[in-house]
Ligand binder design. Structure first.
Ligand code: UGA
Length: 437
């Protein structure tokens, strides 16, 4: 099939490459000419395991190309909208200006019979609104929403072998032209047994926000238990293991620590609340406000613990921060708990030296005064306190004895609860996890 993907960020770049891998002829469109040039050379503009190889394979096959000219989409018959929907500056809602602009571009360069499929995360009601903006002179297109569930760090596998597919089409009927076209786009994963839900626009929009709200709730729930554990001497890791054995609860996404960040979960729960207010349903999702607060409290808790461990507070003290990305296998620092803690400690006067295998440059772009080094060892030399905030393997595998020889004070905060407390305490360290005994 001839496809276009409008927007080549985390979502669009991976989606375009994955669609070419599935055998389609794909043009990726982005307003950023530098990004287009990079992608056209087969260079991933961000760190995502496996993406580089997928891009190169697509480019070599001749089925994948990128363009900064929106007119290039006219060569395709089905157009994916994969632009960002960040949090509005100065508000909690989603900024839909990129979606609106991408949709207008598709209408400007598309033709009668084309299918327009949104992948971006949007507030419920957006597709209905967009369909209402189609002018009389615009081409007659069919509109659908096909939410994306890919996780950064696993984006390639999640795109090629998704755990489910959701097609939101007008009226929710499988007979809809867009449903039939999407079934052809995803013919391979569907043949391999990927579950498919064909539904209406509103449900498809809601599925995505509900999924992220649920995941955020699960993480904040266990972090609330961590607060209780801290006050009572209980251990949240063992608690999670014990409740996680109940198949109805499940152990995944029950890792207590410094909490969730990134370009999705935090802004999605805020946009969901903003939309609920518009719908007169503020009370229905008021719990998400608590989830957000629990999550943000974990960041201040780490700063507080740092002060406690250092005795006289962080001012003038050398602190090694291990990790800046919002999670491992990503260079993304958007709303990263690790970066926020590093900046807060620096603001409190600490001499912070941070290391991250892939996110240091992005972190410095946000906070040019942040001191970053290339390796954990460099950050550790002379540190009076070590704080692990992103669970990259090279940090989780640190040896307590060897690390002790580098630092000037054996104090460690395990912000992701991934180290073995006994081993570290046994090597003479003062160890603090979050909600851990
Ligand atoms: C999330 C969803 O998991 C994807 O399904 C969704 O497609 C994506 O958002 C999106 O909307 O585009 P992602 O932002 O890549 O994916 O990250 P997650 O793996 O969900 O992790 C989010 C945050 O939660 C990270 O900061 C992570 O460290 C934290 N986390 C995760 C915990 O603190 N505890 C856990 O048990 C799990």
């Amino acid at each position: 099939m001839r496809l276009s993907v409008v927007g080549c960020g985390y979502l669009g770049a991976v989606h375009a490459a994955a669609m070419a891998e599935l055998g389609h002829d794909v043009v990726g469109i982005d307003v950023d000419a530098r990004k287009v040039a990079q992608l056209s050379r087969g260079e991933a503009p961000f760190f995502e395991p496996g993406l580089q190889e997928l891009l190169l394979a697509g480019l070599r096959s001749g089925r994948l190309r990128f363009s900064a000219d929106p007119a290039a989409l006219s060569s395709a018959d089905l157009h994916f909208i994969a632009v960002g929907t960040p949090q509005l500056s100065g508000g909690a809602g989603a900024d839909l200006s990129y979606v609106d602009a991408a949709f207008a571009q598709v209408l400007a360069h598309g033709k009668d019979g084309d299918i327009v499929v949104g992948k971006s995360t949007v507030p419920v009601g957006t597709v209905e609104r967009l369909s209402g903006t189609i002018g009389r002179d615009a081409p007659r297109v069919t509109l659908a929403w096909n939410p994306e569930f890919l996780r950064e760090g696993h984006a390639v596998a999640d795109s090629l072998t998704p755990d489910r597919l959701v097609f939101g089409v007008a009226g929710g009927s499988r007979d809809d032209a867009a449903a039939a076209a999407l079934a052809q786009v995803y013919e391979k994963p569907l043949r391999d047994g990927t579950p498919l839900i064909v539904t209406d626009w509103a449900t498809a929009e809601l599925v995505k926000v509900a999924a992220n709200a649920f995941l955020a709730t699960k993480i904040s729930f266990i972090n609330a238990m961590a607060e209780i554990a801290e006050a009572t001497g209980a251990d949240v890791t063992q608690l999670a293991d014990a409740i996680g054995h109940d198949a109805r609860i499940g152990r995944r996404f029950l890792n207590a620590g410094v909490g969730f960040g990134g370009g999705c979960l935090p802004k999605d729960i805020r946009a969901f609340q903003a939309r609920a207010v518009e719908l007169g349903l503020a009370e229905t999702v008021v719990f998400l406000d608590e989830m957000d607060k629990i999550n943000l409290r974990r960041r201040s808790r780490v700063v507080e613990l740092a002060g406690e461990l250092l005795g006289s507070g962080p001012a003038g003290r050398r602190v090694a921060v291990l990790g800046l990305a919002f999670k491992p296998d990503s260079d993304d620092v958007r709303d990263s708990p690790a970066l926020e803690v590093a900046c807060a400690l620096r603001a409190a006067g600490a001499e912070v030296v941070a290391a991250d295998p892939h996110a240091a440059a992005n972190a410095r772009a946000r906070d040019p005064e942040l001191v970053t080094v290339d390796s954990a060892d460099e950050a550790l030399v002379g540190a009076e306190l070590v704080i692990l905030l992103t669970e990259w393997r090279e940090f989780t595998e640190l040896d307590p004895e060897r690390t002790a020889a580098l630092v000037s004070g054996r104090r460690i905060i395990d912000g992701r609860n991934v180290l073995d407390p006994e081993a570290w305490i046994g090597a003479g360290w003062q160890y603090r996890g979050l909600g851990r005994r």
